[in-house]
Design a protein around this ligand. Structure first.
Ligand code: CA
Ligand code: CA
Length: 240
């Protein structure tokens, strides 16, 4: 019966040990949870070098930055000075900034739910995926081209901002949100449809606006000097 006695004495000891391990795990668990980031960092390449971080930063010279598996919401991609080339694919939920210089930003596939900002310089944007966030040309004369698979969603804002900007939306890139030129003489062409919730605003400066089908609002004001035309549907808001 020594066997039973041993078993009865060993088992409580094992249970105490198990409880101690469980307690230790419970004590360590909150720290582990707190240490975990809210979202994963993004993995990109900067001039061919892989970088995984919540801040993907170029240099003051011309950089090539590629984020082929998206940009997480907690991530800032900052190209800084120089004429940078930024190539994006996947879900772009974070902030992407061209910085100074004439930058070229391309979304090859996926969608933009975050912010894409050319900042200073004559920047070019080529977008081949739905726009659900914001595009900003920034200062200077920017060129924003939304291809046919890049509709502007209800919460989206595509803004030329300062400078005489050119904004082109191909057939299929319908507007449910806002497209606006802002300062100076902007050229906005919507080859498809502005839907009932959609708005195209020239804002300040004598803007050139052409919209093929307008079921929403196309407003070149304030003028004078705007050149606005709708082929089918609601006419442009007249100069006041
Ligand atoms: Ca740079
Ligand atoms: Ca720039």
């Amino acid at each position: 019966m020594t066997y039973d006695t041993n078993r009865h004495t060993i088992r409580p000891a094992l249970r105490r040990a198990a409880r101690a391990v469980a307690l230790a795990a419970a004590l360590f668990l909150p720290a582990a949870v707190l240490a975990a980031p809210a979202q994963a960092a993004s993995s990109c390449t900067v001039n061919g070098v892989p970088v995984t971080s919540t801040v993907i930063r170029g240099t003051e010279a011309a950089d090539t930055i590629e984020c082929s598996s998206g940009v997480a919401a907690d991530t800032l991609v900052e190209a800084l000075g120089g004429d940078d080339t930024i190539t994006l694919a996947g879900i772009v939920a974070g902030r992407v900034r061209g910085g100074d210089g004439a930058d070229r930003s391309t979304l090859t596939s996926g969608e933009l739910t975050g912010d894409l900002d050319g900042q200073m310089g004559r920047d070019v944007f080529e977008v081949r995926g739905p726009v659900k966030g914001n595009i900003r040309g920034g200062q200077d004369d920017d060129d924003i081209h939304l291809y046919g698979n890049a509709p502007v969603g209800p919460a989206a804002d595509v803004r030329g901002a300062k400078g005489a900007d050119k904004i082109t939306l191909d057939v299929g890139a319908d507007v449910d949100g806002l497209v606006e030129g802002n300062d100076e003489r902007d050229e906005i062409r919507v080859l498809g449809t502005v839907n009932p919730s959609g708005k195209v605003h020239g804002n300040a400066g004598p803007d050139f606006i052409r919209v093929h089908i307008n079921r929403g609002i196309v407003d070149p004001r304030p003028g004078p000097g705007d050149d606005c035309m709708v082929d089918v549907g609601n006419p442009c808001v007249p100069e006041s």
